[in-house]
Write a protein that binds this ligand. Structure first.
Ligand SMILES: Cc1ncc(COP(=O)(O)O)c(C=O)c1O
Length: 475
């Protein structure tokens, strides 16, 4: 413990109720508080506020596995004594002369900082336990219906069809649109491979085109140049939360009689021309993988305004069976269903979506401030006023030749950075689907995703900026 005199002024005083429980509190109080404060541990105190120990989620998990919740268990019985000598703790209690907790010093850098982690609170936990206890753990249940309706409402469209992941959402959407053998779908070169893979998996051909240097999203001119008599659809991707020019893409598609299937995996909450992304296309698809803005662990959803497409996707999602006639298959379908357990988590995440978006924006702003005087780096340019991006991963551009050294130096400091996706056409699996894409190649070679999670504060941003400064000025 640190004494009052050594309070670290770098840290603003925090609300200590988020980090403490009474010794006499039950197991679940500790679980919920450790989830909600985002650091996975809580201090136990006696009735006078004196710190008596610390409890971590790992211990709480072990206690649950052993059935400790069957006894009347006090959190104090699980707490381990706080080790004042240890300097590798994330949370350090600051105490007064009577050992009463008055503040908490937070040093997230004491543990590995991943590039991303799911942000889970007591709300997801309660929903999940509720779904479990209902025994509706498969793909029927109230949470699925609620999640589909609430997500569609949030995007501003009529129907939502939840799936087991974002990739199969794209595959389901393409299949429902009747895209297959002999068809071409125009896809940006700069995206996660799932966008192109889904086209390949329905038997069609992805045509990879370059992206715009300002938005990093599919270029309108490149789409126009790539249209052939075989083109059936355009698949814009709102990469890293940055909205593609959907009004223009929808107009171009209409002029050429093409379908639009929007890959919104990385950008829920972003808007274009005042409308949520996902509301511009025939079918729009989202991913709820663990690193996404909203997560269900694994999961995805297709949204559409068309009742016919929604009905067709429901049938294809469920083995091609008609809902009103058991075991009657109209055509071979898939099993792409989401479970009620995933949807239970999704409902709580959706309630928290604005908070989750704001958290990522705050993290990005902390990086912008910390990196203000770091030479040789750039953040993505401000988008035109018509675009309202969200932050999925905070992104930074660095000289391509310095990128490996920057990533290595941060790894040595226990901080995980990710290089951007490779341009798809640069990889053997996709060579034959696209010509040269110079913008995609340049962005891909110089971009880094910075850790984008609740734990990143001005202190972490400052540590990463210092590492960048050191590497970039010594080269
Ligand atoms: C642009 C894009 N499309 C599709 C996917 C696929 O989603 P999932 O991982 O849920 O299959 C992802 C993310 O993983 C993605 O980033």
């Amino acid at each position: 413990m640190q004494e009052h005199a050594s309070v670290d002024l770098e840290n603003e005083p925090v609300d200590i109720t988020r980090f403490t429980c009474q010794e006499g509190d039950g197991l679940w109080v500790g679980i919920e508080r450790a989830l909600d404060n985002g650091y996975g541990s809580v201090f136990t105190t006696d009735p006078a506020g004196v710190v008596t120990g610390v409890v971590r989620l790992d211990q709480l998990r072990a206690a649950v596995r052993k059935g400790a919740h069957l006894d009347v268990i006090r959190l104090g019985d699980l707490a381990v004594k706080w080790d004042a000598a240890s300097n590798c703790e994330t949370l350090i209690p600051i105490v007064d002369e009577k050992n009463r907790i008055i503040d908490v010093h937070i040093q997230p850098e004491s543990k590995f900082i991943p590039v991303s982690e799911p942000d889970l609170s007591h709300r997801e936990f309660r929903n999940l336990v509720d779904a479990y206890l209902s025994t509706w753990i498969s793909s029927k249940g109230e949470y699925i219906r609620s999640f589909e309706q609430a997500w569609a409402r949030r995007v501003g469209v009529a129907h939502g069809v939840a799936t087991s992941n974002g990739t199969v959402s794209l595959q389901l959407g393409l299949a429902a649109l009747g895209i297959g053998e002999g068809d071409e779908v125009i896809v940006p070169d700069f995206t996660f491979a799932a966008s192109a893979n889904s086209v390949i998996h329905v038997g069609a051909r992805p045509v990879l085109v370059d992206v715009d240097p300002d938005t990093w999203c599919i270029s309108i001119d490149a789409i126009a140049r790539a249209i052939t008599p075989r083109t059936r659809a355009i698949m814009p991707v709102h990469v890293f939360g940055r909205p593609a020019p959907m009004t223009e893409i929808a107009a171009l598609a209409k002029a050429h009689g093409l379908l639009v299937i929007e890959d919104c995996a990385e950008a829920p909450g972003a808007r274009y021309d005042g409308k949520p992304i996902g509301s511009f296309s025939d079918i729009a698809c989202f991913s709820f993988y663990g690193n996404k803005i909203v997560t269900t662990g694994e999961g995805g959803i297709c949204v559409t305004d068309s009742p016919d497409l929604a009905a067709r996707m429901r049938i294809l999602r469920d083995h091609g069976m008609r809902p009103e006639r058991s075991y009657w298959h109209e055509e071979p379908g898939f099993n792409f269903r989401m479970t009620n357990l995933q949807a239970a988590i999704g409902c709580a995440q959706l309630e928290r979506m604005d908070e989750l978006i704001a958290m990522r924006r705050r993290v990005h702003a902390a990086y912008e401030t910390a990196f203000a005087d770091v030479p040789g780096i750039a953040f993505p340019g401000t988008m035109p006023a018509r675009c309202e991006p969200v932050v999925w991963f905070s992104c930074i551009l660095v000289p391509a030749r310095e990128r490996p050294a920057l990533i290595k130096a941060c790894r040595e400091a226990n901080i995980d950075l990710r290089p951007f996706f490779h341009g798809l056409s640069s990889m053997p699996a996709y060579h034959h689907f696209g010509g040269p894409c110079p913008v995609s190649s340049a962005v891909s070679a110089s971009g880094i995703n910075l850790p984008t999670l609740r734990k990143v504060d001005t202190r972490i941003a400052g540590i990463i900026a210092d590492i960048f400064r050191r590497v970039l000025t010594s080269s």
